[in-house]
Design a protein. Structure first.
Length: 268
């Protein structure tokens, strides 16, 4: 995407109430992409200048690249585990499970918040779902955010015939993640376009406190922003301010704090 399109999308997200803007690229890693990487560093600086947090998902990165992203102002880096270590080879062959964990450690060592979760509905077992959450919950530090995605089967792909994830599966996954990672932002992510407003409300009650907004999540459709706005109004949810602004708010009198439950990143 050209610079104008990226920055325009960031401004639109901010105007819609998002506290964080996430940029993604379908790359295995950054090898041979120095020009692209430098462009992304520029985007990070520009968007932080708008008063928003910034997240990227760019595949595997080195320790040096993580440090450069941190210097540019990156708030968080997304690198999902996707599933359990045991089921992973049946789904992904472009990189190993340990390579994903190494990238997460590079991100953590650079002082960037870790965003890492997974996808349910890939044909995995309940044991695999527990295994993925166990891996995340037993990292040296819990991820600051854990996206919980439900597969949206795409025609022409190996998983096109998978049964849609049921809402109760999503609720159990979110509720379990909330229990084992109590301070983490649990993000109701891809696949919620299939869930009604009452069903999404149950996900929030189970422990989700963040959603991703935008027309698409990578290649799959997402809920319209006007639908999300109406849902927030119905449920009495408010988007959080970016972290730096939230820290400033702590110095305000109690009466100045927002009265409704806040939800991070209508994203975001």
């Amino acid at each position: 995407m050209k610079e104008d399109a990226v920055l325009s999308a960031a401004r639109a997200a901010k105007d819609a109430g998002s506290s964080r803007f996430c940029m993604g690229a379908a790359w295995r890693d950054m090898e041979g992409r120095k020009t692209n990487f430098n462009t992304i560093l520029g985007y990070v600086k520009e968007i932080r200048g708008m008063g928003m947090e910034v997240c990227c998902t760019l595949g595997m990165i080195t320790q040096e690249q993580a440090a450069q992203l941190k210097e540019a102002g990156l708030t968080a880096y997304n690198h999902n585990l996707d599933t359990s270590r045991e089921y992973y080879p049946k789904i992904i062959t472009t990189r190993t499970y340990d390579e994903r964990l190494t990238t997460l450690q590079h991100v953590r060592d650079a002082g960037i918040n870790v965003c890492s979760g997974g996808i349910i509905g890939l044909g995995e077992s309940d044991t695999d779902r527990v295994g993925m959450l166990h891996t995340l919950a037993t990292l040296p530090e819990h991820p600051e955010s854990v996206p919980v995605n439900a597969l949206l089967a795409v025609e022409g792909t190996p998983l096109q015939g998978q049964e849609p994830v049921k809402i109760w599966e999503m609720i159990r996954m979110i509720g379990t993640a909330r229990i084992v990672m109590p301070s983490t932002m649990i993000r109701l992510s891809a696949g919620r376009v299939r869930f009604s407003q009452p069903e999404q409300a149950m996900c929030f009650m189970a422990g989700a406190n963040s959603i991703f907004t935008g027309d698409k999540l990578l290649t799959t459709p997402n809920n319209a922003q006007n639908e999300d706005k109406a849902m927030f109004e119905t449920l009495g949810l408010l988007p959080l301010e970016p972290k730096a602004l939230r820290e400033d708010e702590l110095e305000l009198p109690a009466a100045a704090l927002k009265p409704k439950q806040a939800i991070d990143e209508i994203n975001i």
